[in-house]
Each structure stands twice: as C-alpha cells, then as structure tokens.
Design a protein around this ligand. Sequence first.
Ligand SMILES: Cc1cc2nc3c(=O)[nH]c(=O)nc-3n(C[C@H](O)[C@H](O)[C@H](O)COP(=O)(O)OP(=O)(O)OC[C@H]3O[C@@H](n4cnc5c(N)ncnc54)[C@H](O)[C@@H]3O)c2cc1C
Length: 431
Amino acid sequence: MTHTWDVVIVGGGLAGLVAANCLAGNGLSILVLEKGAEVGGRARTQRIGHQYFNLGPHALPQKGKAVSILEELDIEFSGKPPKLGGQLMKEGLAYAAPFTLSGLATTRLLQARERMEWAKVLLQISSADPGKLSHQTFEQWVRRMTGSAPVQSLLYLLGRLATYCHAPDLASAKVIVSHIKTVLSGVLYLDHGWQSLIDQLHNRAVISGVQVQSQKCFKQMNTEQHGLFKVILSDDEKVWGRNVLWTGAPLELSRVLAEQPANFPVDPLPAFVPVKGASLDVALSRLPNPKQLFSMSLTEPVYFSVHSNYARLSDDVSSAVLHVLRYYHPEEHPDPKRIRTELEQFLEQMQPGWRNYELNSRFLPQIAVNQRLPQIGDEQRLARFKKSIPGLYIAGDWASPDFMLAEGALTSAKQAAEDIMAKEKRRYHAD
Ligand SMILES: Cc1cc2nc3c(=O)[nH]c(=O)nc-3n(C[C@H](O)[C@H](O)[C@H](O)COP(=O)(O)OP(=O)(O)OC[C@H]3O[C@@H](n4cnc5c(N)ncnc54)[C@H](O)[C@@H]3O)c2cc1C
C-alpha cells in the first residue's frame, strides 16, 4: 500500500517551514521535501570559525507581517535595531544620511529647500496608501512625489535599502512603497542570524508530527485519479499527495508544468524575473574604523553595514561581522571578478586596512534575494495561476501579491496553509 499525504510541501525554507507549522495540529499528515542537505533555504546562517554568517545582510522589519506570524507561532527571536543614520557616499565624498532629525539638520547633502522637500516626502510616505499605487512603477511614483533630483536619488536609495530592488523603471510602486513604510518603522538584526528562526520552526514542525526529509529533490509531478498528485523525486522515488504546496523558485515550477502539458492544461506561470545581488560577507578581528557602521552610495548601487554591532554574530565579542552588497538591475550581466573588486574597494573606503584584520570572508556573486521583481499586473497573474490547478498551492517570497522578501514568504505561506485547511474541511464535510 502506498501512503497518501494530505499535504506535500516542496521546500524547507522559511515559507515551507512556516506553512508546515500553520498546518500542523489540524489532523493532517504533512511531508516537507527539501533538496538541500539542511533546511532553511536562503534564511540559513553558516557558522564559519567563531562567526555567524547570514546569506548576505538580513534585517527583519519590526512591525511587519512576518514578525506577527512568527509571534503567532510562538517563535522567539532577539536582536537589536540598527541606528538609522550613518553616511551616504556621493562622487567619493561622505555626507551624513538624512534619515534622522540630526542627520537632516546637519547633512551637507541637501540645500535648505531640499531638506524641507525631503522631510515633506518622508511624511507623505508615512501616510501613503500603497494599494492605490498598483498602476505605476516606482520611478513614476518618485517623479510624481518630487521634482528635486537629490530628493529623487534619496528615494531610489531608500527603495534599494528596503527591498533590494534596483530597477525603479520596472518595479511596481505598490510593493516598494509598502516595504519602505514597513522598514522605516525599524528593522532588527537577529542574534545568531536567521538560523535561529529556522531551527525553531524546524523543531516545532517535527515535534508536531510533520515529516521533514532533506536531500529529497522534487523532479516531476502528475495528476492521478481522485485529484491525487504523484510527485516524482530525482532518485525516482514516488510520493502521493492530496495537496502540493510549492515553495521553490517559480522558474522551476514553470519547467515542471511545461513538461506535463497534457496533465496541466493551464497558462504557464509567467516568467518572473528574480531580484539578484552580490554579497561580500566578512568577519574582522576588529574594525579599523569602529565609528563607521553603515553606508550606502547615492551614485553606485552598493551597501555596507556592520551587523554584529547590533546582533550577537560572534562567539568572540571583539570581532565584527559585516556585509557589503551590490544591487543588480535585472538586465545587468555582471562580471563577478569586477563586482568583487568593487565591493572590496567600497569596504576599503569604509574600513581602511580591513584586510589586516580579516578572519573570514565569503563572496556570493549572484544570489536571488527575492524570486520575483514585483511588477505592475503581477497581482492578476498570481491570482490567475492560483486558481488554475486545484490542489496545487504556492508560497515563497515571490508568491504574495502585496509583499516580498520574508514578508512575502511568510504571508503567502500562512495564506496557502489557510487555503489548504479550508479545502480539507470542505472535503471532510462532503465525505
Ligand atoms: C543576500 C540576501 C539578503 C536578504 N535580505 C533580506 C532582508 O533583509 N529581509 C528580508 O525579509 N529578506 C531578506 N532576504 C530574503 C529572504 O532570505 C528570503 O525571502 C526568504 O528566505 C525566502 O524563503 P522561501 O522559503 O520563500 O525561499 P527559500 O529560502 O529559497 O526556500 C526554498 C527552499 O526550497 C528548496 N527547493 C527548491 N527546489 C526544490 C525541489 N525541486 N525539491 C525540493 N526542495 C526544493 C530550496 O532548497 C530551499 O530550501 C535576503 C536574501 C538574500 C539572498
């Protein structure tokens, strides 16, 4: 006899584990298939030496949806909010960032009139209704907000900081402005990295009876009689499920569906473009310049922040863990060597002589920060797809119409779990 799972979740990252936790305890049998050796996906934290390295800089919005969902699931976390402030670079010169009252009052980046304009724009953001911005790109929104070039470039920088999207010409204003609002209410750098969330989500799922299997790679899927899905793994093992929740990349799901056109007579999933970046993650025995903790460039799409100043990311208190990140435009085809040199040079400007204190470093030349650059019309595309194959659900940072990053991963995971439970309840009453 073959066992049929009520829910097969593909992917053991944040979305898969949150969905498993939301579903657990409802009398459903749940299997999580993770292709990697460990669960966690892009929220994994690697311990290198005595330091904890997230996969690039990770900041959790303090007042966002993700935090509420984690709290509902009794997931605990600690860490501190980085100070808003630091400096912004423009054509080789450093200016105080006008993100705090003192920064605004003292920065030489803006003239008096531009300061007023910037303060007004920040106020407008706090009261903006992102839902009304679904028909404009972020660039169009920025131009409507202000005609001042310095204020426009500050808005683009804030968009990059909040969402990692470096494509104002393509990105939907709705999602970017919504994230800017959330991030302006504060973020947390987490002690011991985002692995602390993953470990708790994983343990709680297992304790509640969820089967989590690693090194199980989903390869193909067919529909069978009675609405069952036959899932075929890359080692040709077969698994049957009444519902399948996909949390991997949308491009891979498109491939799976395209391989079975007769089985899945649906419009293929649109070819979403991922948001990518390069990250240089560095541990130093000490900071050459302890006062320099955060910087971004107004003219180049780069970011620098010392995360260990706010979160416990090292077993040894004097060392530092920092991230230098390069944002990519989707049409950019960067040369990894050149980008690495760019990031190292930016770090040299911030922390002169850093190499003398280097304990460990890791360069990620091209990593998907979010699996979908949010674009105008994506809400309708996602809604159409969600209705197309009964029993197939999606979650992940790309699968929410309104949010991205962890906000998108967690809200879509919770939504998918609720949809599955509603369907199973209907089936139970019908039987
Ligand atoms: C450099 C960087 C910086 C970031 N900074 C932030 C930040 O500051 N704030 C924030 O909120 N978010 C940030 N993020 C994004 C955040 O890490 C992700 O949004 C989140 O971890 C995504 O979770 P997920 O479950 O949707 O996807 P993933 O973490 O990608 O999980 C999907 C899982 O599915 C597995 N899988 C895929 N295909 C298969 C298959 N065929 N069979 C079985 N398993 C499969 C994968 O191995 C993976 O474990 C950042 C990401 C990066 C890379």
